[in-house]
Write a protein that binds this ligand. Structure first.
Ligand code: UDX
Length: 451
């Protein structure tokens, strides 16, 4: 492998993990970010995000002298052979992708690149953006250098980002010329993953089509789950039965209160909006979004079936993060459910092993007159104590490992609404705990003593 001099713009999930993994495979990498505090933290060998395995590789890279961090983009881009762009493309009000950060970096590259270089767009961008980036660079470069553009979308999931990068399901390389293709082949020579060479627009589309298909699969199983509830079928059994068919596959068929996170909500809306601007309606993607919005409200609907009003009801909330293993709250169902509970006057007791501080920050300022109060608890038992209703919003291992008896012991006349199907209904029944347990797409278990 020929080691390359690489700059990576952006030290979020995508940029940082990419930079650290490229350094791990022997390249000389400089990661760039405008956030001075973040860069100072990274220089000290600390990762600003929680991601298994990342800190170890980060420290190894720094010690080996292959990994550097800077806020000086111009200096990093000046003599880089390859520049990866891994900055965010957040959602605009209308659902479209905001490309301001991407083009901010592109402008800086145009102004500073001092040698022939391949600019690799890793950020998720609408189809055609890579072409636009190449046109901009050709028209605005300050020095007479050749700046070619390649699309190299990212498929990592939070919580498994390092593994997903070092052993990716596939590395998609979208190019329109021979040199960028060859350079990226060299960059990824030591990565253990199938490499797929496509055109740039196909590469951009592969990213959206993959994420939106996974989101569609989740919305599909959630709709089937809702129907299972009304016809007496069990969605876990249904999903397991479907999964045996290799054409369907068993992954991403977990029913629940909908998907959140930094990608699925944003990427479904971005493709929907992108298609609409081009006069096409993506009906399946629009339906995916609509079903997910409804699904996030599912536990509140279930709660309302038991209470005329939630005013004064003490509600235990287990899990705030959009999924276990992360403190990320982006588009988490908790951000919809908890403010709603408080607005209706419920007293909320909340637990999450890592997302609690982020949640408290997001909630600050949402408080209103007549709203209930929220208390953050250190343990699950403390959270449940004195509550009469429990909502499970994230399938943290600590929650899944609970003995259902704890609900009966700690709560008053417990009603447990499980939005992540953490417990098998049979296990709840067999535990002998006296409670009402409802989940998504499965029959309720009611073992309460009848008055
Ligand atoms: C996702 C994709 O997996 C990844 O390939 C892409 O690059 C970025 O988006 P991430 O958002 O980190 O990754 O999490 P993921 O584990 O995919 O879960 C996303 C959401 O879907 C979570 O809220 C999760 O609870 C939900 N989900 C997932 C389900 O509700 N059911 C499932 O079967 C799977």
């Amino acid at each position: 492998m020929s080691a390359k001099k690489i700059a990576v713009a952006g030290t979020g999930y995508v940029g940082l993990v990419t930079g650290v993994c490229l350094a791990h495979h022997g390249h000389r990498v400089t990661c760039v970010d405008v956030d001075e505090a973040k860069i100072a933290c990274l220089k000290a060998g600390k990762s600003p995000i929680y991601e298994p395995g990342l800190t170890e590789l980060l420290q190894q890279g720094i010690e080996a002298g292959r990994l550097q961090f800077t806020t000086d983009g111009a200096a990093a881009y000046r003599d880089a052979e390859v520049i990866f762009i891994g900055v965010g493309t957040p959602e605009r009000e209308d659902g479209s992708a905001n490309l301001d950060y991407v083009f901010g970096v592109v402008r800086e590259i145009a102004a500073s690149a001092g040698r022939d270089c391949v600019v690799v767009v890793k950020s998720t961008v609408p189809i055609g953006t890579n072409d636009e980036v190449e046109r901009y660079l050709a028209g605005h470069r300050a020095n007479p250098v050749k700046l070619e553009v390649a699309s190299n979308p990212e498929f990592l999931a939070q919580g498994t980002a390092v593994r997903d990068t070092l052993h990716a399901s596939r590395i998609v390389i979208g190019t329109e010329a021979e040199r960028p293709r060859r350079v990226l082949e060299e960059v990824y020579a030591d990565f253990d993953a199938p490499k797929l060479f496509t055109g740039r627009r196909s590469a951009e589309m592969i990213k959206y089509a993959s994420n939106d298909f996974l989101a569609l699969k989740i919305s599909y199983i959630n709709e089937i789950a809702n129907l299972c509830e009304t016809v007496g079928a069990d969605v876990d059994e249904v999903a397991a039965g479907m999964g045996y068919d290799r054409r369907i596959g068993r992954h991403f068929l977990r029913a629940g209160i909908g998907y959140g996170g930094s990608c699925f909500p944003k990427d479904t809306k971005a493709l929907d909006s992108f298609a609409a601007i081009r006069g096409t309606r993506l009906k399946t993607v629009a339906a995916t979004i609509e079903v997910n919005e409804g699904q996030k409200r599912r536990l509140l609907e279930k709660a309302r079936a038991h209470y005329k009003s939630l005013a004064g009801v003490t509600v235990a909330v287990l899990g705030l993060a959009f999924k276990p293993g992360t403190d990320d709250l982006r588009e988490a169902p908790s951000l919809l459910c908890v403010p709603r509970l408080l607005a209706e006057g419920a007293q909320v007791r909340a637990w999450d092993p890592v997302a609690r501080q982020n949640f408290a920050r997001r909630l600050a300022g949402m408080q209103c007159p007549g709203c209930g109060e929220i208390t953050y608890c250190d343990s699950i038992e403390e959270t449940l104590t004195g509550a009469e209703l429990c909502l499970i919003l994230t399938e943290w291992p600590e929650v899944c490992a609970l003995d259902p008896q704890l609900f009966a012991k700690a709560m008053r006349a417990p009603i447990v609404l499980d939005g992540r199907n953490c417990f098998a209904p049979k296990a709840v029944r067999d535990s002998g705990a006296k409670l009402l347990y409802e989940s998504i797409g499965r029959a309720p278990v009611d073992t309460r003593e009848k008055a």
